[in-house]
Write a protein that binds this ligand. Sequence first.
Ligand code: AHG
Ligand code: MN
Ligand code: MN
Ligand code: MN
Length: 330
Amino acid sequence: TPRAAADLRQITTLQSHILAEEFKHPGASGTFSWILSALAVSAKIIASKMRRARLEDVLGALDSDNVQGEQQQKLDVIANEVLIRALGNREGVAIVASEENDEPLVMRDDPSGQRRYCVLFDPLDGSSNLDVAGGVGTIFSILRHDRRAPSATASVLQPGVQQAAAGYILYGSSTVFVLTTGSGVQMFVLDPSIGAFLLVEPNLRVPQTGKTYSCNEGNRKQFPEGYQRYLDWAQDNGYSSRYAGAMVADVHRTLLKGGVFLYPPTKKAPNGKLRLMYEANPMAMLMEQAGGKALAGAGRLMEIEPTEVHQRTSVVMGSADEVDRVVSFL
Ligand code: AHG
Ligand code: MN
Ligand code: MN
Ligand code: MN
């Protein structure tokens, strides 16, 4: 039987998807599309450097620490520079804020009438996985720049619910770009032979349930009691444990297969370890846009009013039913 036209898979690149989104909004200036295209090109550059890291001796640590007291890996710094150089070139970017920079950087803040954005990112997530060729990623969050804000920091300190877009790139066995601009979640995969990200999933939905939990169980005895009771329950009920140790890899698996990703408070990190502005908020937006939930304790993660660029939060996110179940133990 002949296939109906609608059955034919269309070829959509990230670039054409971004443009098509822009055309849906009459009067849009294209600014936003330019920013996303800078992120796409950064992703390709970082992916290619990553693939060659061991060959070109850019693995391993530097002598420097970042503002959070973590030792920087060479590729943390390289990925950060790639993003700043690509985004710095875009008129629509007012401010960038990164895990690897103490303070937000003002790229341009003239009083032109143009709409401008703040781009926040974790240039390389899971960088301790680098030396073992494990999955790592890049996470980004895009906020509207508030020109009346008294400082760059004040402009970026917006709750996650105000994000205009969010996404991540997973440098795994393939390079995957997952994006939301507030109308669902799209997944693209890099075809390295043509240098383009191709749309493979136009409306990614996280399964409603999933019998997998993902957390650092080495910290289990430090978790608040409710989380420990949840883990006991899950282990008595046939759940599997999966943990890559890179948020992008762990959240990506959770998005696709269902289950729950947790980073609870610990004695060492009483507010949680993950950074609210460029790790937790963007992942929370993706999770909610895919039909899942994202909480910090029992409250909605994206409603946290931030007070510091590098502030930390605990995280529970994933399949709606599994997140509810964790909360029922807290
Ligand atoms: P980063 O490499 O950007 O500093 O992030 C590390 C984070 C995150 O990727 C991961 O989910 C978490 O650290 C793992 O922490 P533990 O090693 O404490 O489990
Ligand atoms: Mn780090
Ligand atoms: Mn990270
Ligand atoms: Mn990082």
